[in-house]
Design a protein around this ligand. Structure first.
Ligand SMILES: Nc1nc2c(ncn2[C@@H]2O[C@H](COP(=O)(O)OP(=O)(O)OP(=O)(O)O)[C@@H](O)[C@H]2O)c(=O)[nH]1
Length: 374
């Protein structure tokens, strides 16, 4: 296929990906890197179209502009991948990289003689390989962060491939005046075609990864209690059921904050919310320390599942929780807070419903005793 046709096709591919990811920017589940990536694709699409026009019109000035835009697009893409993988690479450094590579490119452009020539192929190939190497680094980090996902692996492979291809192309052009972009050399055509295919795979990989992440976020959100950030009743029940089905030995505790209505009535709903959040935080600490499981069952009622073989006695864990919650109450409302509990061991129930019902009955009895003693 003709080189200019492939360049135009590459531009159209970039434009399609740019429009798609730009549309995703408003999706609340989407990643902030989506916007940077869309910007990079717009710049690349524009630059390839300009490049094709420059070659058709034999315009050196347009070719310079197109090449600088290609460099900008590549650095913008490196910025998007750096954001995605949280490499910590500052945008200012990446922008400085763009300015430096553009300055080198412009200098080579004006000193290498008119028209497309092999010196410019060497220069462009080496300079574009710099942001591409940053892409490879960022995407390698991303694939380490998401070992279960195929998309970062595809992205790192395709970016590594195109980086090597750039360097091979640059090396082939050294000392070979025949090597000009418009020449129908097989390796030249192959390079342009490989760029097109890589751009295609790159876009599919990025969009696939974004989609996977947003699905994951939605799924997590559906399982999390909005106020406290811990599992909601439905998911807590599901995980408890799984533990029971797997023959796990544990005790399920139902914890209910005492006189919570009066906190709302006296100090306001926002203070009540804060108490709930602080209690959930204390429970989360127990989950982490003792490989347990916590969830908000509704209102001011929480579930805590502790494995039978914790490194600390269950009653000591609960005493510690009581003390910590009383202290939180002192801090927020100037009075100690307390909770009542009901418990059921996995050896005393066959189904999760049975387990929860037994814990609930004991919790109800504990509450009754509390009111009788007051
Ligand atoms: N601030 C706040 N209050 C909530 C939330 N969900 C439920 N509540 C309130 O929690 C209160 C629960 O009242 P009760 O069931 O009587 O609980 P209590 O006052 O702790 O009484 P006992 O459980 O019997 O000790 C109600 O006033 C609900 O409006 C929430 O998300 N935030």
């Amino acid at each position: 296929m003709d080189i200019i046709t492939i360049i135009v096709l590459t531009g159209i591919t970039n434009l399609t990906f740019a429009l798609y990811s730009w549309q995703q920017v408003s999706n609340p589940e989407s990643h902030s890197a989506c916007k940077s990536w869309a910007q990079a694709q717009f710049i690349k699409a524009f630059s390839f179209i300009i490049y094709a026009i420059a070659l058709l019109n034999y315009s050196d000035d347009l070719r310079l502009i197109a090449n600088i835009l290609i460099l900008l697009g590549c650095w913008a893409e490196a910025r998007a991948y750096s954001k995605l993988a949280k490499t910590g690479l500052n945008t200012a450094y990446l922008f400085a990289g763009f300015i430096l590579t553009s300055a080198i490119f412009s200098f080579m452009h004006f000193t290498s003689g008119s028209g497309p020539n092999h010196t410019m192929i060497i220069t462009a190939s080496v300079l574009v390989a710099v942001p591409l190497t940053i892409n490879v680094y960022a995407l390698y980090k991303l694939s380490r962060q998401h070992p279960g996902s195929l998309f970062p692996k595809v992205l790192v492979t395709v970016n590594a491939f195109i980086t090597v291809l750039c360097l091979v192309r640059g090396t082939l052009a050294i000392g070979n005046p025949e090597y000009i972009i418009t020449q129908a050399l097989f390796t030249n055509q192959l390079f342009i075609f490989a760029t097109f295919i890589s751009g295609l795979v790159n876009g599919i990989g990025f969009i696939g990864f974004l989609k996977e992440r947003s699905d994951e976020k939605l799924c997590t959100r559906a399982n999390i209690d909005y106020l406290t950030g811990i599992y909601n009743r439905q998911y807590f029940e599901k995980l408890t059921k799984e533990q029971l089905a797997n023959g796990g030995a544990f005790t399920l505790y139902f914890l209910d904050i005492d006189s919570f209505k009066s906190v709302n009535d006296r100090f306001g709903h926002a203070t009540g919310d804060e108490i709930l959040q602080r209690f959930a935080k204390l429970l989360l600490q127990q989950q982490e320390q003792h490989s347990g499981l916590v969830g908000r069952l509704g209102g001011e009622e929480f579930g805590l599942l502790l494995p039978a073989n914790t490194n600390m006695n269950h009653s000591d864990i609960l005493k510690h929780l009581c003390k910590a919650f009383a202290a939180q109450g002192e801090q927020v409302i100037g009075e100690p807070m307390s909770f009542s509990l009901g418990a059921c061991s996995s050896t005393e129930a066959y189904t999760v419903n049975d387990l929860m019902r037994k814990a609930d009955v004991l919790l109800y009895e504990a509450k009754r005793e509390l009111y009788e003693s007051e």
